[in-house]
Design a protein around this ligand. Structure first.
Ligand SMILES: C[S@@+](CC[C@H](N)C(=O)[O-])C[C@H]1O[C@@H](n2cnc3c(N)ncnc32)[C@H](O)[C@@H]1O
Length: 298
C-alpha cells in the first residue's frame, strides 16, 4: 500500500480533523485557525471545546462529519465562526447572532463596564433609566440589565431585522420586563425630557475609506448599516450628541464606542455642544491601547 493510500485509510479522528482543519484555515489566512477548528468541531459533535481534548481518538459519526465539513467549507470562504455556530459570548453571556446583526466585539465590553461603574454613583434604589442606541443583537442592553437589577433599558435599532434577533436574546435572558425594544432613528423615538440617566451607544463609526479596507470576512458578511457611518466616520455620533444632551438628566452620562481614528474629533464635538461638563469629557482605551470609549457627563 502506498503512503497516500495508508493516509486515506487512517480514520478521521477528532485529533486528525483538528490538525487538518487548522492547517486548512491557516492557509486561508485565519489568525485564529486552531480556535476556529475547535469551536466548529465542538459544535458539530454537540460537545464543549474542552471535551474535544478527551476525545482525540474518537471518530465522528456520519451526521457530525457532514455538518463539520459544511461549516469548514463556509469558514474557508470567509463566513465568521459566530455566524456558523449561531452565537457569540459577550460579557460572559451567550447571544444568538446571524447575518442580521453585528457580531459583538470584546472592545464593547469596556462600554458596559463604564456604564455599570458610573451607575454605582446613583444613590438609592430608584430605577436607572438607560437607552442603548443601535442595539443590534441586544448585547449592551442585555449585559447592563443582567448586571444592574434596577436598570430599565430602552434598546433602539433602525433595523427591524436586528430587533428580531435582539428580541430572541432578551427573551432567552428573561429580561422582557426590563428591556424594551423599539424601532427608530437614533433617539428620535425617545422623549427629549431630560429624564434619562444613561445614553449608551455603539453606533456605526467607520469611514468610507476604512470600510473599503476592511477584511472581506467583515465587509462582506456583517451588515453594512452597522458599520459604515459616512465619508468621515463621525456622522452618526455627530447627530447623536445633541439628541443625547436633550434626553439626559443633569448628571447623566453619554457613553459611546468609537474608533481611535475619530476619537479626538468626537471629544471636540462633545465639548463644542456646550451641553456636557467639560472636565467630564474623556476617552477610555481598550486592551490594545486604542482610544475606544467616549464618556461625558451632562
Ligand atoms: C456597530 S452596531 C452595534 C450593535 C450592538 N450594539 C453591539 O455593540 O454589538 C450598530 C447598530 O446600530 C444600528 N443603527 C445604525 N444606524 C442607526 C440609526 N440611525 N438609528 C438606530 N440604529 C442605527 C445598526 O442597525 C446596528 O445594529
Amino acid at each position: 500500500m502506498s503512503t497516500e493510500q495508508t493516509k486515506q485509510a487512517e480514520p478521521w479522528t477528532v485529533l486528525r480533523l483538528l490538525t487538518w482543519t487548522t492547517d486548512f484555515f491557516k492557509q486561508r489566512g485565519s489568525d485564529t485557525a486552531r480556535l476556529d477548528a475547535e469551536v466548529l468541531l465542538a459544535e458539530a459533535r454537540g460537545c464543549s471545546r474542552v471535551e474535544l481534548y478527551t476525545a482525540f481518538d474518537t471518530e465522528l459519526n456520519d451526521e457530525a462529519r457532514v455538518a463539520f465539513r459544511e461549516m469548514v467549507r463556509r469558514r474557508g470562504e470567509g463566513t465568521p465562526v459566530a455566524y456558523l455556530v449561531g452565537y457569540k459570548e459577550f460579557y460572559s453571556l451567550k447571544l444568538r447572532v446571524d447575518q442580521r446583526v453585528l457580531i459583538p466585539r470584546p472592545e464593547t465590553e469596556h462600554l458596559v463596564i463604564e456604564a455599570l461603574d458610573r451607575a454605582k454613583e446613583i444613590p438609592g434604589d430608584e430605577p436607572v433609566r438607560i437607552v442603548d442606541v443601535g442595539t443590534g443583537s441586544g448585547a449592551i442592553a442585555i449585559a447592563i440589565a443582567k448586571n444592574l437589577p434596577r436598570a430599565q433599558v430602552t434598546a433602539i435599532d433602525q433595523s427591524n431585522d436586528a430587533l428580531e434577533v435582539a428580541r430572541y436574546n432578551v427573551e432567552q435572558h428573561e429580561l422582557t420586563e426590563r428591556v424594551q425594544l423599539q424601532q427608530g432613528d437614533l433617539l428620535d423615538s425617545v422623549s427629549a425630557d431630560a429624564s434619562w440617566d444613561f445614553i449608551c451607544s455603539n453606533p456605526p463609526y467607520i469611514s468610507q475609506s476604512e470600510y473599503d479596507a476592511l477584511e472581506p470576512g467583515v465587509r462582506e458578511q456583517e451588515p453594512q448599516a452597522a458599520l459604515l457611518a459616512g465619508s468621515a466616520g463621525t456622522e452618526v455620533i455627530e447627530r447623536l450628541i445633541p439628541q443625547a444632551a436633550a434626553c439626559l438628566k443633569p448628571g447623566g452620562y453619554l457613553i459611546v464606542e468609537l474608533s481611535p481614528m475619530i476619537a479626538d474629533a468626537c471629544v471636540e464635538l462633545v465639548k463644542a455642544s456646550g451641553a456636557f461638563e467639560e472636565s467630564s469629557v474623556g476617552l477610555i482605551k481598550d486592551l490594545a491601547g486604542h482610544k475606544r470609549i467616549l464618556k461625558a457627563r451632562k
